[in-house]
Design a protein around this ligand. Sequence first.
Ligand code: PLP
Length: 362
Amino acid sequence: MTKPIPQPGILDIALYQGGASSAPGVSNVVKLSSNENPFGPSEAAVKAVAVAAHQMHRYPEIDGASLRAALAAHYDLDADRIALGVGSDEILSNICNGYAGPGDEVIYTEHGFSMYRICALASGATPVVVPENQRVVDVDNILAACTDKTRVIFVTNPGNPTGTFIPVSELERLADAMPAQAVLVIDGAYEEYAEGYEGGAELAASRPNVVMTRTFSKLFGLGGMRVGWAYADRAIIDVLNRLRNPFNLSTIAIEAAKAALADTAHTKRCLTENARLRAWLSGALEAHGVMSDRSGANFVLARFDDEDEANACEDYLRSQGLLVRRVAGYGLPNCLRITVGDEPSCRRVAHAIGAFKGGARA
Ligand SMILES: *Cc1c(COP(=O)(O)O)cnc(C)c1O
């Protein structure tokens, strides 16, 4: 009997793997596997959701206009050049849907975010993976991989799971030299955490082929609300608006995001704590012989001697109720990605890694 046949590429998609969130048989579990904000959302956002809940019989704004206006005011941008997504994931996939299809190529880098491959395959396009240079995005390698079939180029800056970042001048060089028919996506999910990096807003404002994507899932502590946004030339925003569903963001998500954006005291405290504890954690790991690159994000990529040691350490941490992320699927089999938690969590994970290096096993 014949059966329905999905489009080419669909069955090549491996399901997105989220970070572990439970450790059977262990109490006092700390989740450091999904780069969530350890301080949670702003209290103002929680209150805004409670108030908005009374309106849940009403359809939300069709295009999140009030949130776009708030973002424009906060970051000094043009509200008409902002499109909202159900997480930035929705935007990443609609960029592929809008600009790439069968026979086209979508470029991302060796240790790039796993959603890029999923988005490329879902649109029917061919993923093209470009080498990085010692866990850092290499613009020349990307340019060397460009062809007349290139339609989308994804660069995460700072990178996930590497945490490294390249300067805006390098992104500019890429935007200038890449093929004119392609869209450059600068995924800024961790942009706020990178000191001295101004991000892609200027580039997205000044060029027709650059999209900056941002999210409320990390610094703003709203991963469960699914709010992301894009800033780009109006022609690209128009494409994203045609592809997204009307009413894609719920009223509670819109209200939570506006309140979170306005609570600058909370975000400032989260940023300060992250910077302090990130430096402390990488120093503590180094003292145990575990190296990491300088991170511009809210996690540290810990490097072990080899894949076996990384896996054994992850097993041991899990047995201690500490959940971190294996990243073999990102081409980093000897590494573990550890979200910077609050101070007790950072101390616990550093202590446990010290014990592991001293011979403790799960
Ligand atoms: C977390 C993350 C996102 C954000 O995803 P949302 O869909 O907005 O939750 C996007 N890109 C990268 C690289 C990320 O790590």
